[in-house]
Ligand binder design. Structure first.
Ligand SMILES: *Cc1c(COP(=O)(O)O)cnc(C)c1O
Length: 382
């Protein structure tokens, strides 16, 4: 992935830092939008995956709307020039202040997750003399077959409105004066690699849309959320997810009437593979029956391994010595600050440059200052 010239440049820069390959980002967006256009679907980029300004401006240039999960994300999307009429806002816990920000911004739709939330939005919209456009985030009770911390669509998860609440929610909507019902929203999890999950989702969505339409609730917008996974093991062989298969499975199984628009909210599948966390080896320490490669990057820079047991591909860019096994760890005072256990690497020494791959999504955006560490800066291929 990295040519020798790039590695020479990396050696000159203070580590750790994030490196973004903007050519790969554009290739990914080219493929995604080509598939999207085939079916006349709409996409809203999930800002929470990566909100760097250059990445946002490139994504926006491809005609994406914005998918936000907080008032500040709504603000950032609108300040970055995303079209309010293509901006959606989900989240189980929207505060009054956040609701006001979104109403002032005249966004396309709140994706609402509970009856009390709808009632509060109705109240606030009324007090501002506005009409809020809302979709219902439905919990379709589908297991996304992904890590338990990133599955969101089972009945025991906190997200969405479950089928036993449908009558009550329709009743509540009908008694809200300042609400326009825009449609239904679904997002069942992240890093989904089993395409059958999307087929199941489409079929379940057909049933749920029919149930709402039987009750005179016209579903003009169907939003299937994000969640498409990427190949963390083989980022070079598989740098772009299989959007063709993904959309064709949806298109084959989802019923769509001429008055209905279909929306998506990709995050990870757009930005994951273009990002890499670049780090230096500080020390190699000999432990009991193993060696530790101690990096200057840690869970403060990339928390996914500690948070979701995620495994990123790690490469030593400056050694081609004999292969040995290492636990690759960070400097933070937590035992969970470990990127991977027993990884076969070429003999690694102080000063070697290490690449932690597929770090463009849920990487830098989750960075924190624990242990008073600095936030790693970013560099771009251009
Ligand atoms: C996080 C999130 C997404 C994006 O998920 P990815 O797995 O990154 O594609 C989309 N929609 C909602 C509501 C989300 O919370």
């Amino acid at each position: 992935m990295f040519g020798s010239k790039t590695v020479e440049i990396f050696k000159e820069i203070e580590t750790p830092f994030y490196y973004y390959d903007l050519a790969l980002l554009r290739q990914t967006l080219d493929k995604y939008t080509a598939e999207l256009k085939k079916y006349k679907y709409h996409a809203h980029y999930a800002l929470k995956a990566n909100a760097n300004s250059r990445i946002l401006s490139i994504v926006k240039s491809y005609g994406f709307g914005a998918d936000c999960v907080s008032g500040n994300e709504v603000k950032l999307a609108l300040d970055s020039g995303f079209d309010p009429s293509m901006t959606v806002y989900a989240g189980v816990g929207k505060s009054d202040k956040e609701i006001k920000i979104a109403l002032e911004g005249n966004i396309f739709s709140f994706n609402c997750e509970s009856i009390p939330e709808i009632q509060i939005i109705d109240q606030i919209a009324g007090s501002m003399g506005k009409k809020a456009s809302i979709s219902l985030r439905i919990n379709p009770d589908i297991d996304a077959h992904t890590h338990k911390y990133i599955t969101t669509g089972r009945s025991q998860d906190k997200f969405g409105i479950s089928h036993w609440m449908f009558d009550d929610v329709i009743h509540a909507l009908n008694s809200c004066k300042n609400i326009h019902f825009a449609g239904l929203h679904f997002h069942v999890g992240s890093q989904i690699t089993d395409y059958n999950v999307f087929k199941m989702l489409a079929l379940r969505v057909n049933e749920i849309v029919a149930r709402f339409e039987e009750k005179e609730m016209r579903v003009e917008n169907i939003n299937l959320g994000g969640g498409l996974g990427v190949d963390y093991k083989n980022p070079d062989e598989n740098p772009i997810s299989d959007f063709e298969t993904y959309f064709s499975i949806i298109n084959k199984n989802l019923r769509q009437e001429p008055y209905q628009q279909v929306h998506f909210e990709p995050g990870r599948a757009i930005v994951c593979q273009c990002g890499t966390l670049i780090s230096r080896v500080l020390y190699v320490k000999v432990g009991r029956g193993k060696k530790f490669a101690i990096l200057d990057a840690g869970m403060n820079d990339l928390i996914r391994p500690a948070l979701y047991q995620a495994v990123h591909k790690i490469e030593n860019l400056t050694s081609n010595g004999r292969k040995m096994r290492y636990d690759v760890v960070g400097p933070i005072c937590e035992s969970s600050d470990r990127f991977v256990k027993n990884l076969l690497l070429p003999e690694t020494k102080r000063g070697d440059i290490m690449a932690i791959r597929s770090a463009g999504a849920y990487g830098q955006v989750m960075a924190m200052r624990y242990n008073q560490k600095d936030i790693a800066p970013e560099y771009y291929s251009e």
